[in-house]
Design a protein around this ligand. Structure first.
Ligand code: SER
Length: 337
């Protein structure tokens, strides 16, 4: 069997590391990676080539590669993107644009559609106020698309760019025999929590930071209010969703952007569960107005019925299973507590 050639950008990030391990376990893939940083030892042997550096300038390295699949994970996350907004725009938008152009070019040249998997985010939403956030319930993909962060604007726009390059690029769909276009598929992720890695520079980071700190017996000051609520997901479910969406035949998909979710908890509920697992954990709340504002602009929960209907999405870990079957057993092994 010939191996599929896969590019994973942002390979050193949390999703990147877990995805590369999952692709290597699955087998059948030759994995090329790219990131600003060198690959960590845990995934080094799984990559046949690592291109280190700024993607915007490195994309040209990839023009001779016949990628079957691109997972474009590289991004500047929401908290960092608010303080370095021009840099975030360059990384998040220009990097994506360069890679979409490459994938569109290759799809057309070789008449073989490149599958382009793009993680979008709950940051693509912008709730107009706390009262609306609290009453809106689980929101569908096409409502409240008024992001209030640079990162959210970037993600929403790149969803649109992906749709453009996969359907309308050069308006070639008007030709009698339309050329093969790239196959863009995007998932709007909630906050993700891994037992093996910690996030940095995002805003949903308070969830994983609090839990890892409690598991290590370290005090934690949470930067959002106790009642701050968004949806979260175990990292293995995020990886499962990417691989599921990768596998779905194109004709089964009626959309290109899908919400997924697993459980929605408040920061106070995270604290309560952390205390139950690690009695004596020291967790207090000192909301940071800027980061609180970001979380207040994200919906409490999202409606993932499109993904459930079109590609049978279902998370393995609801809140109880997340703690009991994934996070706590793994984290106890990791920190020996
Ligand atoms: N986890 C991301 C962040 O907090 C949201 O997609 O920036």
């Amino acid at each position: 069997m010939t191996e599929k050639l896969v590019l994973v950008t942002g390979a050193c990030g949390e999703i990147g590391q877990a995805l590369i391990q999952a692709l290597a376990r699955r087998g059948g893939y030759q994995i090329v990676t790219s990131d600003l940083a060198p690959l960590p030892d845990s995934i080094k042997a799984m990559s046949t080539e690592h291109v280190q550096g700024d993607l915007v300038y490195k994309v040209k390295n990839f023009y001779d590669y016949g990628f079957d699949v691109i997972f474009h994970l590289a991004a500047s996350l929401s908290s960092k993107a608010e303080v370095a907004s021009e840099e975030a725009h360059r990384i998040n938008v220009e990097g994506t644009m360069q890679l979409l152009m490459l994938a569109a070019y290759r799809s057309e040249k070789y008449q073989k559609s490149v599958r382009f998997l793009f993680p979008s985010s709950i940051a693509a939403y912008g709730m107009p106020g706390l009262d609306v956030k609290k009453t809106a319930g689980a929101v569908k993909e096409d409502v409240y698309n008024m992001p209030q962060t640079m990162y959210g604007c970037n993600k929403l726009y790149c969803e649109k760019l992906g749709m453009y390059y996969s359907k309308f690029f050069g308006q070639k769909h008007l030709d009698e025999e339309p050329p093969c276009m790239l196959d863009f598929r995007s998932i709007r992720f909630p906050g993700l929590i891994s037992a093996f890695t910690l996030p940095s520079s995002g805003t949903s980071d308070y969830g994983p930071e609090m839990l890892h700190a409690a598991a290590q017996g370290k005090p934690y000051t949470c930067f959002v209010r106790e009642d701050a609520k968004i949806s979260f997901m175990a990292m293995p479910d995020a990886i499962k969703s990417l691989l599921m969406l990768l596998d779905v035949p194109r004709e089964k998909l009626n959309h290109q952007v899908y919400n997924i979710t697993a459980f929605a908890l408040t920061a106070g509920e995270f604290r309560d569960r952390a205390l139950k697992a690690f009695p004596g954990a020291q967790i207090n709340f000192q909301p940071n107005p800027r980061r609180q504002g970001i979380v207040d602009s994200w919906p409490e929960d999202v409606d993932d019925s499109l993904a459930r209907t079109e590609w049978n999405w279902k998370p393995d870990y609801d809140a109880d299973a997340f703690f009991d079957d994934y996070f706590l057993p793994e984290i106890r092994k990791r920190y020996g507590r």
